[in-house]
Write a protein that binds this ligand. Structure first.
Ligand SMILES: N[C@@H](CCC(=O)N[C@@H](CS)C(=O)NCC(=O)O)C(=O)O
Length: 395
């Protein structure tokens, strides 16, 4: 994941773990070899033998790696431009629900299960949307290391939203697609979720850097079944889309380098994740300790690379403040309380969601004391917590 632009970049974490093990193994092997050479000067023949074996293994490994790469590139090339729709599943995966979010104001009729990490910014976005509209849902907290709760899914990231539909369950993946699809559904329930999903195909493609990826290209688009709703202008819709995309493509990338800026901050962040993610309830002590210690160190190191990759300023706080100021300038330009006007729109909920994922961190407190974001943030919070969006839904 470039997830919270990697808050929980556990795939990288796993990779760096593997690397660490690999280096240790190589070190031990080197030391053994050195000891042999130092202690027994007459073993040159066997050293030579090992060198030849080693070189042979190296050549075979390199050749098979190269072969795999070429094959993968060929397959990816063949897939370029192809599209697919997320398939419905017949049965609910047999996983335990961690907790239920209930609502007394629900009119959606949706039966949802959210597979998530509590502090993942993309999951926070989905929860902000569901809470704002007062839609109830079950939560399955996914173990970020083993991820066995989503073993049933070919999509290996969170959030995944499982929706009860006719004849089974429809998995929805990618926070922005989930939100666009549900918003389209709420505006006109005549088109069921399992039909709406066909409007959001996953397209296989190579990006500008030549990297292969699967992308839901129209994930920011709302699929109205008729003319656009009377209370919205085309400009509102286009602006909402623009800001939602900016939150995902730009703002979210300022978070990781900030919350993992120093090793102390990285520890503070992971301890906070542990608290709000209720890791004590879901994971044994040793697993928690690994997650916090390895996580803090790995993310502190990775955040340096993310800082370079996303061209953040030397003082990463400045990039975070710049993002927040840009957002607030957008609102001021509209002359309203929210980007959406008198009520939050999907871009307010997206921005609120990603910020919510760092709410307990030092970076968040600094952000509030250096920018005017706080008033807006608290206003959205009030609307989300009171499920204000439910009153705006028709039938
Ligand atoms: N574009 C996706 C990004 C989802 C994502 O990157 N999620 C991260 C968690 S924050 C993830 O699951 N990464 C895989 C992993 O943990 O290995 C979305 O908006 O939902």
């Amino acid at each position: 994941m470039e997830n919270m632009a990697g808050i929980f970049k556990f795939s990288e974490l796993r990779r760096s773990g593997k690397l660490l093990i690999k280096h240790e193994c190589q070190g031990a092997r080197f030391m053994r070899c050195f000891r042999t050479v130092a202690g027994q000067p007459k073993v040159h023949g066997s050293i030579l033998k090992y060198c030849v074996y080693g070189a042979g293994v190296g050549v075979v490994a390199a050749a098979s790696f190269w072969y795999k790469q070429v094959n993968q590139a060929r397959q990816n090339f063949a897939l370029e431009g192809s599209s697919s729709v997320i398939e419905k599943i017949k049965y609910k995966p047999p996983v335990e629900v961690s907790r239920k979010v209930i609502s007394t104001v629900d009119t959606s009729g949706l039966k949802l299960t959210l597979f998530q990490y509590q502090s993942c910014p993309f999951c926070c976005k989905v929860r902000a949307f569901l809470d704002y509209y007062g839609i109830p849902y079950d939560i399955v907290e996914v173990n970020p290391v083993l991820r066995h709760e989503i073993k049933w899914s070919p999509y290996r990231k969170v959030p995944i939203l499982l929706t009860k539909v006719n004849g089974g369950y429809q998995p929805l993946t990618d926070s922005s697609m989930i939100i666009s699809l549900l918003a389209s559904y709420l505006s006109d329930k005549s088109c069921p979720v399992e039909n709406l999903v066909h409007y959001y195909p996953t397209v296989s493609m190579h990006d500008e850097e030549g990297k292969f990826k699967n992308e839901i290209v129209n994930k920011y688009f709302l699929m109205y079944q008729g003319p656009i709703p009377k209370d919205r202008t085309l400009n509102d819709i286009v602006e909402e889309r623009k800001w939602r995309q900016w939150a995902d493509d730009v703002f979210v990338h300022t978070l990781s380098p900030n919350v993992y800026r120093t090793l102390d901050e990285a520890y503070e962040t992971f301890n906070w994740f542990s608290k709000i993610g209720r890791w004590e309830e879901y994971f044994p002590a040793w697993e928690r300790s690994v997650m916090v210690n390895v996580g803090a160190w790995a993310m502190w190191l990775i955040s340096k690379r993310l800082k370079r990759k996303h061209l953040l300023k030397d003082d990463v706080r400045e990039s975070l403040y710049d993002g927040a100021r840009h957002w607030m300038q957008g609102i001021r330009h509209r002359g309203t309380v929210f980007m959406g006007g008198d009520n939050p729109d999907l871009s307010d909920l997206a921005m609120y969601g990603v910020l919510k994922s760092i709410e307990g961190c030092e970076a968040f407190n600094d952000l509030l004391s250096h920018t005017s974001l706080g008033t807006w943030f608290n206003a959205v919070k009030e609307k989300v917590d009171s499920h204000a969006g439910s009153a705006l839904l028709t039938g």
